[in-house]
Design a protein around this ligand. Structure first.
Ligand code: ARG
Length: 407
């Protein structure tokens, strides 16, 4: 008889293997054989490990199930890099640098996930301290934060570990890797691996004087991947940017780079009155600049209208495959002109499906490093409507500390 503490792994494993093998068109015989094998492994060792195919398809399913992500049409193209055997801090850092280069691909961005060792005991085998592999530092000063305020806590940790930044508003933070419970180590990313885009405007040449820029690839590094009852605490992944993430949030939010007024003044708008709609006009021009600048450099990016159309296609595709789509309306709608996209007019049900990508506590300061990010309150909850659930879903607990991979 199986030890009761492993019952939950077994339950999840069985559910995952059945769906996964069905989708991969494996025979019933092969499925039952694999289940028997997992059961035996669980009984003798208390855990089991995934085959390459299970890992690959499981990671793709996790993307497909991400309720907050508008970019899911491309889930089958996710490249999965198996680094479960990378044990030392050097090997992990090396793999992260490889991820950055593979994903960046000279600007033709490839969606990639690199998966490190699964968690078997209480201490995670590998933890990446970064929120994203490439992100700008935020230095707290008496006059306010220099750089990205969202990085302030992590930047402090980097400085404590002995890293030194130049002190500009766009310093790229080092990779910080922790093995087991050991002291984390930092490693600067070679500048040849960091692709950045200086922002220019399609018509207004003076826009460039704002000195705005952003990096090419958003690579989320602090979420955990859950597949079939197993947890991978280090599994950095990336897609490409939707322009509003940069132009309507990162550079615009008051608690981020807060650049709307500077942009408006540069464009000669009347900032003395709300009725000039200067914020809205600055947002549009800033977002045009983001799209224009990425295109100019040949870096993959999607605008929010196209992304919304792609999401509608994803939904249709999933309906045809007779699968439920989990969605969180307040995160799927773009932060600019949301009602001009179809998503606004639809209703979504926020289900928690497995495999999945989940938040986890930041390894430093005992607090969640993503706290305060995202859209905050969700006044539109009435927009969601209940629907039937499949066996692979369960109710989602809503937390305001959650962050959208796309916003
Ligand atoms: N919103 C985050 C940022 O602006 C990135 C999240 C992931 N985005 C994506 N397009 N895959 O940096």
């Amino acid at each position: 008889m199986i030890d009761p503490s492993y019952q939950s792994i077994w339950r999840e494993a069985e559910q995952f293997i059945r769906i996964c093998y069905h989708e991969l068109e494996r025979s019933d015989e092969e499925t039952e054989l694999r289940l028997a094998q997992i059961y035996t492994e669980l009984v003798s060792s208390g855990t089991y490990s995934h085959t390459e195919d299970e890992l690959t398809h499981g990671a793709r399913m996790a993307w497909r199930n991400s309720a907050r992500c508008i970019g899911r049409l491309f889930w089958p193209s996710l490249e999965v890099i198996d680094k479960r055997k990378a044990e030392s801090e050097e090997e992990v850092t090396e793999a992260l640098l490889q991820h950055i280069d593979l994903a960046t691909n000279g600007g033709r961005i490839r969606p990639v996930i690199t998966i490190f060792a699964q968690q078997d005991k209480d201490t995670p085998p590998v933890r990446i301290w970064n929120h994203q592999l490439i992100r700008y530092a935020g230095y707290k000063t008496e006059a306010g934060v220099i750089g990205d305020p969202a990085s302030a806590a992590f930047t402090k940790e980097c400085l404590n570990l002995g890293w030194k930044g130049e002190g500009t508003p766009f310093d790229v933070l080092p990779l910080v890797v922790q093995i087991g419970g050991q002291r984390p180590k930092w490693h600067a990313i070679p500048s040849s691996s960091i692709m950045e885009i200086p922002l220019v405007h399609p018509e207004d040449a003076s826009f460039a004087e704002l000195g705005l820029r952003w990096y090419a690839v958003p690579m989320i590094a602090d979420m955990k991947l859950e597949i079939g009852g197993l947890t991978y605490p280090a599994a950095p992944f990336n897609g490409w940017y939707m322009e509003t993430e940069i132009g309507a949030r990162n550079l615009a939010d008051r608690d981020r780079y807060n650049k709307l007024e500077e942009v408006a003044l540069k464009l000669g708008l009347d900032v003395s009155t709300n009725i000039s709609l200067w914020k809205d006009r600055a947002l549009v021009e800033l977002n045009r600049a983001v799209l224009h600048s990425f295109k100019l450099k040949g870096v993959s990016i999607v605008d929010h209208h196209t992304a919304s159309d792609q999401f509608i296609r994803f939904e249709k595709q999933e309906r045809e495959a007779e699968r439920e789509v989990s969605g969180r309306w307040s995160w799927l709608i773009p932060p600019m002109s949301p009602a001009a996209t179809q998503i606004w007019h639809n209703a979504y049900t926020d289900l928690e499906m497995r495999p999945s990508l989940e938040y986890q506590k930041a390894p430093f300061e005992g607090k969640n490093q993503t706290e305060g990010e995202g859209q905050g309150s969700e006044p539109q909850l009435s927009k969601t409507k209940p629907s039937d659930r499949t066996v692979s879903t369960r109710e989602l607990s809503t937390s305001s500390a959650e962050r959208c991979p796309f916003h």
